[in-house]
Design a protein around this ligand. Structure first.
Ligand code: KIV
Ligand code: ZN
Length: 514
């Protein structure tokens, strides 16, 4: 029998630390449910002490998710650990993840502590976490640049204090696969009580090696991998869950372990995370990119048609491609709509939200003949993202003609009052964004703009993602429509509404003018 490889997903914690990837509580719940459905073993739901919003999100996820262990992050400080324990109280299975930096550069400059002081603090913290649960994980932050002798010392001590998982982070994505694999082997071989804990990896992708390093660790005895959907995460991101899982599954000839994951959920999860965060998936991304299974070259197509394995090492349907079933159309009623959402595990919290989504569905069905599951996901994203709306699109008129400068007239309601503006731009989208800007105070910087087709065909919905910066706040917005100028406008307003919501959360007394 082969070992089990534990999949620890940190999309909701490390993934969310990516600038602009912040998620609302409801968005986190939707992702957590998708991860649970995919049989992820452990979901790191957040860093409870970081903010009241993070605390609430971890608490809610802990109360709702039953089949995955829910983990909360804590520095090696009493207040962090108590806060994480409090947030995790309702979980069926909970883990506290304690970390402290162990590399010379972090200990000297960030912590300003000696190695002995760091060791003592780590041991104290693990003992405190053990008062709440026997499922405690320890991470020596920046282990990739830490002294291996010191790592051996601190890890032996924290295992003795009760840590049952030892996670080795390559925090800055500095190590190389062979080196990282050797480090895991060395720690397991040299630490006398290493057999009392499961070794784990947490690799960042600064050199594009996060997955390779994680797999090297697995080859050398790690039995937990920390990863994120689509490799989301700070800077260049974390190890991509889908790549780790499919490498282990496809190369069972070399990996002595297996995951529990239902890989057919991978594409759905990838799309959900991409549309919620507004981080598009590059077309040539392994496993979940639109081209990952597309055989363009004639010689490849011929080979695949004759014998699939000539050019394909995995089946597209094994990771959830081609399950994009046609579901509903113009004549589908409310019950069919409700049932399909249920089948897709999309729960709308009130009848009012269901009605709003249904009415959007009817509008879409007027424009688009076949409504696919992906259309429904985008439609629900759109409906939920408009829950908090100080800015609402009332109407949009754009004029785009060869040889003429495009212009747009937009009417938006701002806190219930209608305002109209006209502007010209280099294209209809540019003109529309400029028109909206004339109605707002302060400068907005558009950092990212992307359009993806949700399904195929020229009547497909376009899903637009924007990342905006306004007065230091960075947010992503999404919008979907069969008309990409309208989709773009929805995405822009969605991002602006999020900025207003953030400002209001920070300054509840003085809701600012738009
Ligand atoms: O990258 C890192 O070191 C982390 C730790 C908190 C595990 O995210
Ligand atoms: Zn990290």
């Amino acid at each position: 029998m082969t070992d089990k490889l534990i999949i620890f997903d940190t999309t909701l914690r490390d993934g969310e630390q990516s600038p602009g990837a912040s998620m609302t509580k409801d968005e986190k719940i939707r992702i957590a449910k998708a991860l649970e459905k995919m049989h992820v073993d452990i979901i790191e739901a957040g860093f409870p002490i970081a903010s009241p919003g993070d605390f609430e999100a971890v608490q809610t996820v802990a109360n709702i998710i039953k089949d995955s262990t829910i983990c909360g992050l804590a520095r090696a400080l009493d207040k962090d650990i108590d806060c994480a324990a409090q947030a995790l109280k309702g979980a069926t299975s909970a883990r506290i993840h304690v970390f402290i930096a162990t590399s010379p550069v972090h200990m000297e400059n960030k912590l300003q502590k000696s190695p002995d002081q760091v060791l003592e603090q780590a041991v104290r913290a693990i003992k405190r976490a053990r008062q709440y649960t026997d499922n405690v994980e320890f991470s020596p932050e920046d282990a990739g640049r830490s002294n291996p002798d010191f790592l051996c010392r601190i890890i032996e001590a924290v295992i003795h204090a009760g840590a049952s998982t030892i996670n080795i982070p390559d925090t800055v994505g500095y190590t190389l696969p062979e080196q990282f694999g050797k480090l895991i082997r060395l720690l397991r071989e040299r630490i006398p009580n290493s057999d009392k804990a499961i070794f784990s990896t947490h690799c960042h992708n600064d050199l594009g090696l996060a997955v390779a390093n994680s797999l090297a660790a697995v080859m050398n005895g790690a039995r937990q991998v920390e990863c994120t959907i689509n490799g989301l995460g700070e800077r260049a991101g974390n190890a991509a869950l889908e790549e780790v899982v499919m490498a282990v599954r496809t190369r069972q000839d070399v990996f002595p372990c297996q995951t529990n994951l239902d890989a057919t959920q991978i594409v759905n999860c990838s799309r959900l995370v991409s549309s919620i965060t507004g981080f598009p998936v590059q077309p040539n991304k392994a496993i979940v990119g639109a081209n990952a299974f597309a055989h363009e070259a004639g010689i490849h197509q011929d080979g695949v048609l004759k014998h699939r394995e000539t050019y394909e090492i995995m089946k597209a349907e094994d990771v959830g491609w081609n399950t994009n079933r046609m579901v509903l159309g113009k004549h589908s009623g409310r019950n069919a709509f409700r049932q399909r959402l249920k089948d897709l595990d999309i729960v709308l919290s009130s009848e009012e939200k269901l009605n709003a989504a249904f009415s959007r569905f009817k509008d879409l069905a007027d424009k688009k003949h076949d409504i696919y599951d992906d259309d429904l996901q985008a439609l629900v994203n759109d409906t939920l993202s408009t829950e908090y709306e100080r800015l609402k699109l009332i109407s949009l008129k754009v004029c785009s003609e060869t040889g003429e400068t495009p212009h747009a007239t937009v009417i938006i309601s701002i806190d219930g009052k209608e305002n109209s503006a006209t502007a010209s731009g280099s294209g209809p989208v540019d003109a529309t964004f400029k028109a909206i800007e004339t109605l707002l105070e302060g400068e907005t910087n558009l950092l990212v703009y992307s359009v993806n087709n949700i399904t195929n065909g020229s009547d497909a919905q376009g899903e637009v993602g924007v990342r905006l910066e306004k007065e230091g706040e960075i947010v992503n917005g999404q919008g979907a429509d069969t008309d990409i100028v309208i989709a773009s406008t929805k995405a822009y307003l969605n991002a602006l509404n999020k900025i207003l919501a953030q400002v209001e959360r920070k300054h509840p007394q003085g809701a600012r003018a738009v």
